[in-house]
Write a protein that binds this ligand. Structure first.
Ligand code: NAD
Ligand code: DAU
Length: 364
């Protein structure tokens, strides 16, 4: 399959590029990414004979149509988005522009492409979405199902809900063969350090405070990113056009539990490998990395969703999807990756990153 991967220089998109190359022995991989602050060429293979990288915007209809035609694309995996809830609270408009309008333009380019004589049969448009469209759960509520009514609470979630509705409508009205996956919180390599897990890891290594919003009792269902990529691949290969699949990790944890586990894993890594101290002299000694030493409770996120949880039974039943990493194994791999890839996270923490951190945390 020749595939177009939008947002392929971001966190999940880049992991998906590696995943797809490992699973699909033939076919072209075209990555379309605008390289916003969240996209990075360093997250992709530098030179790969089957990968073409194009810096460009999903809102550019002509560019997208040209790429679809020139590379005879048979499937689109759509990751490109503005993805950070806190940024959507401070500046919502970009989110609607990229996530809603961007998805609309992409769908329209695909529709135009499929009107070409000789366009590939079996074309698939896969949309990568989030569990946040379903809103927030109380502690005893059952997990989100595909039929849970939409109730997005943040500007980010609202913009993703809009994009999901557009994809649904393009299937229903124009017959575009679409699938959607709604997934829980991912973590793993190439995760931009504005999100909880990489931010905490980088702050530990710098000996900086670990900011926990509010009481830290908010619950997320954490999933190792390659498990998500496998779920997307299965949806592309086996999913029924027009269907939606929830993808999750069966790993509900409070934010405080996550932060404490990361401190513990980092302390263990330093205890096992004394050379780490030379590379990360600011990291607190293992004995000081016990829970609580660096944690700082800061003002809560406005409208903060209390709990997300996913029922992934449909994806298991119909696609054969199951996560393979436990939270402990996935987090251990992630800590190891951040310890070995300081060059990557140092490069992405540029001036605009520092500006964002200053702005977000100064207001708390
Ligand atoms: P990310 O912010 O790390 O990456 C987004 C990528 O999209 C970046 O490379 C950016 O440059 C690119 N991009 C942004 N605007 C663009 C545009 N107009 N044209 C082309 N490229 C553009 O995001 P992520 O965490 O990798 O998330 C990817 C997708 O998965 C998003 O749609 C997100 O809503 C969804 N999702 C994320 C998670 C998660 O935990 N991170 C969970 C469920 C779903
Ligand atoms: O649920 C899927 C969603 O997960 C994706 O759709 C989003 O793109 C992705 O960013 C993520 O959203 P969250 O808001 O859940 O992730 P984030 O890493 O920003 O925050 C996780 C939790 O940690 C959340 O309850 C807020 C909290 N938090 C976050 C930061 C950055 C803190 O307590 N302190 C922090 O400094």
């Amino acid at each position: 399959m020749n595939i177009l991967i939008t947002g392929g220089a971001g966190f999940i998109g880049s992991n998906f590029v590696y995943h797809w190359l490992g699973q699909e022995p033939v076919g072209r991989v075209v990555v379309l990414d605008a390289l916003t602050y969240a996209g990075n060429r360093l997250s992709l293979p530098p030179d790969h004979p089957r990968v073409t990288f194009v810096r460009g915007d999903i809102r550019d209809h002509d560019l997208v149509l040209r790429l679809l035609r020139d590379h005879r694309i048979e499937g689109v995996a759509h990751f490109a988005a503005e993805s950070h809830v806190d940024r959507s609270i401070l500046g919502p408009e970009t989110f609607l522009d990229t996530n809603a309008l961007g998805t609309l333009r992409l769908l329209e380019a695909c529709r135009a492409y499929l009107q070409d004589t000789g366009a590939p049969a079996g074309f698939r448009f896969h949309h990568v979405s989030t569990d946040e469209v379903y809103g927030s759960l109380n502690p005893d509520d059952p997990p989100f199902e595909e039929t849970t009514p939409y109730a997005p609470n943040s500007p980010y979630a609202a913009s993703k809900a809009a994009s999901d509705h557009l994809v649904r409508a393009w299937h229903h009205t124009y017959g575009l063969a679409t699938t959607i996956t709604n997934c829980s919180n991912n973590y793993g390599p190439y995760h931009f350090p504005e999100k909880l897990i990489p931010l905490i890891l980088v702050n530990i290594l710098h000996g900086r405070p670990l900011p926990v919003y509010g009481d830290g009792q908010q619950v997320r269902d954490w999933l190792y990113v390659d498990d998500h990529c496998r779920g997307i691949e299965l949806a592309i290969r086996k999913g029924v056009p027009g269907e939606v699949y929830n993808i999750g990790g069966n790993n509900e944890r409070t934010n405080l539990e996550i932060v404490n586990t990361l401190c513990q894993l980092m302390a263990d890594a330093f205890a096992m490998d004394p050379t780490l101290r030379e590379r990360h002299p600011a990291c607190p000694a293992a004995r000081d990395l016990h829970p609580g030493t660096l944690i700082t409770h800061v003002a809560d996120r406005p409208g903060h969703d209390r709990r997300y949880a996913i029922n992934a039974a449909k994806a298991k039943r119909e696609l054969g999807y199951e996560p393979s990493e436990t939270l402990q194994s996935g987090l251990a791999k992630t800590v190891e990756w951040y310890l070995r890839n300081q060059a990557w996270w140092t490069a992405v923490m540029d001036g605009s990153y520092r500006e964002w951190i200053g702005k977000n945390y100064a207001e708390r």
